[in-house]
Write a protein that binds this ligand. Structure first.
Ligand code: NAP
Ligand code: ZN
Length: 346
């Protein structure tokens, strides 16, 4: 077994603490990664706080992982020691089902193995990126292009792919009007990617406080959802809306902003169910969809896209001692725009 240093949480109301965790010895197709940075995704908070149901503690969250390969199993072909790599929200899947064969491992029919709060192929609990090392099968490791720093690469591994995938799937591009609801970790990267894809991008944020940042990220328009006039003005405007909000909102008012045949894709995953008034959909043949991260091939495609278009998430690097404070700030929508843990401080 390999020992890694980590930060773990013991219950919904507990603070993070130092922990030593075990990583498995390398299988023949495994890669050992020295983690350099780990982003803090709102999903880490939902999971750590039990929002989505009971979890086993102690829990080491973190599924936005960037680092350096420090050892490889004998059958590894894609990576060598010294390579700059990333790991996102999953570390394995069955590899055989229809969805895995399509490269949509996140929708594995037997269930993908999440990077943390899951159970690996040996029946051991998976533990995530708030740690110094991780062992992952090479098929679930991606390469970080040279022109993307490891610190800013971390958020791309979840926030990047979670927004790239639906923007790609629903054809965001020239001539398309795209709105992004919520400009936090996912939202700010969604703006950058949709802009780079050539879409006309609108941010729908609670207030206008972050308007200047939004324009810098590539938004053409920026509106406050706290102003009822926003919904009158933008009625029937968007081909595609990506909702990244982490809390329960009245989703029906957002359906009214779609054009005929427009789609609202929910990537936000609040603890409470959203309630849908079907009349706000059937009137204009509108669609309400969901989307979960993206497959491994698409994750690599997203990283290459961000490299080509110089997409750089805006991050605040923190030490491991600041995780609790960072959680508080994310919950208060006080994040600009992703906290990233420097794992050398663990
Ligand atoms: P985040 O950084 O906290 O951003 C969420 C944003 O939503 C906030 O910055 C805020 O934006 C807005 N917001 C928060 N509370 C709100 C409220 N009560 N009413 C209206 N707007 C509110 O979170 P994140 O890391 O981007 O994650 C967002 C959600 O996506 C989470 O639920 C997370 O679990 C989920 N997620 C899903 C997937 C997937 O595969 N589908 C992957 C990753 C994350 P403004 O200040 O601009 O209003
Ligand atoms: Zn995430």
């Amino acid at each position: 077994m390999i020992t890694a240093k980590a930060r773990a949480i013991d219950g919904p109301d507990k603070p993070f603490r130092f922990a030593e965790i075990k990583r498995r010895e390398l299988d023949s197709d495994d890669v050992l990664i020295e983690i350099k940075y780990a982003g803090i995704c709102h999903s880490d908070i939902h999971t750590a706080h039990g929002d989505w149901g009971p979890v086993n503690y102690p829990l080491v969250p973190g599924h936005e992982i960037s680092g350096i390969v420090t050892a490889v199993g004998p059958d590894v072909t894609k990576y060598e020691i010294g390579d700059r790599v990333g790991v996102g929200c999953m570390v394995d899947s069955c590899g055989e089902c229809e969805n895995c064969r399509k490269g949509e491992e996140q929708y594995c029919l037997k269930g993908n193995i999440p990077t943390y709060a899951g159970v690996d192929k040996y029946g051991e609990p998976t533990q995530g990126g708030y740690s110094t090392h991780i062992v992952v099968t090479e098929g679930f490791v991606v390469r970080i292009p040279d022109n993307i720093g490891l610190d800013v690469a971390a958020p791309l591994l979840c926030a990047g792919i979670t927004t790239y995938s639906p923007l790609n799937h629903w054809n965001a591009g020239p001539g398309k009007k795209v709105a992004v609801v919520g400009m936090g970790g996912l939202g700010h990267i969604a703006v950058m990617i949709a802009h780079a894809m050539g879409a006309e991008v609108t941010v729908l944020s609670q207030t206008l406080n972050k308007k200047d940042d939004g324009r810098q990220f590539g938004a053409d328009h920026y509106y406050a959802t706290s102003d009822p006039k926003t919904f009158e003005k933008l009625a029937g405007t968007f081909d595609l809306i990506i909702n990244t909000v982490s809390a329960k909102i009245d989703i029906n008012v957002y359906f009214s902003l779609l054009v005929l045949d427009g789609t609202l894709v929910n990537v936000g995953a609040p603890a409470d169910h959203l309630s849908v008034n079907v009349f706000s959909l059937i009137g204009h043949r509108r669609s309400f969809a969901g989307s979960m991260i993206g497959g491994i091939r698409e994750t690599q495609e997203m990283l290459n896209f961000c490299s080509e278009h110089t997409i750089v998430p805006k991050i605040e690097v923190i030490s491991a001692d600041q995780i609790d404070e960072a959680y508080e700030r994310v919950l208060a929508s006080d994040v600009k725009y992703r906290f990233v843990i420097d794992t050398s401080t663990i």
